[in-house]
Ligand binder design. Structure first.
Ligand code: RP5
Length: 169
């Protein structure tokens, strides 16, 4: 879609997930960011299997130029909350549905944060919205990006009206 948000193409959004098995869901966040030409990085960071990496990633993200972190995990989904506890960047949490419990376990693990450490939790499997939310956060200080997000909303509106017209014959 147009030029990258920043000429340097240094990643502004970190898309992280607890396992490579989460990619089937999390790729939608990456696609949404790509659609808005937002430079981002993708990394597997596990709260339980690579705890030191989690702390390092969270603590260093801002200094590396990351502005928003999107974190997806399934089951005992501690990654988004733990990242939020070691960074002041906004963290968007994506509950990844696993074979059991339909993702309710992931949702509740991510959404029930204690007061003081916020995670913006999207719906179960809602990685696309996580990407779009990150775009909106960046769009606060990037008018050109804000305009493209408005244009995207108008496209969605047009599609609905088109379907409506077809329905009516
Ligand atoms: C979580 O455990 C990951 O986010 C993933 O959703 C889940 C299962 O991981 P794998 O066993 O597939 O690597 O930490």
């Amino acid at each position: 879609m147009t030029e990258p948000l920043h000429a340097s193409s240094a990643p502004l959004v970190g898309v992280v997930m607890g396992s490579d098995s989460d990619w089937r869901v999390m790729s939608a966040a990456s696609e949404a960011l790509r659609d808005f030409s937002i430079a981002h990085e993708v990394e597997v960071v596990s709260a339980h299997r690579t705890p030191d990496k989690l702390l390092r990633y969270g603590r260093e993200a801002r200094a590396r130029g990351i502005r928003v972190i999107i974190a997806g995990a399934g089951g005992a989904a501690h990654l988004p909350g733990m990242l939020a506890s070691v960074t002041s960047l906004p963290v968007v949490g994506v509950p990844v549905p696993l074979a059991y419990l339909d993702g309710m376990d992931s949702l509740l693990s991510i959404v029930q944060m204690p007061a003081g450490i916020p995670v913006a939790t999207v719906s179960i499997g809602g990685a696309k919205n996580a990407g779009l939310l990150a775009a909106r956060i960046l769009g606060v200080n990037e008018p050109e990006l804000g305009e493209r997000i408005d244009a995207y909303a108008r496209e969605l509106e047009a599609v609905v009206e088109e379907k409506n017209a077809r329905l009516k014959g």
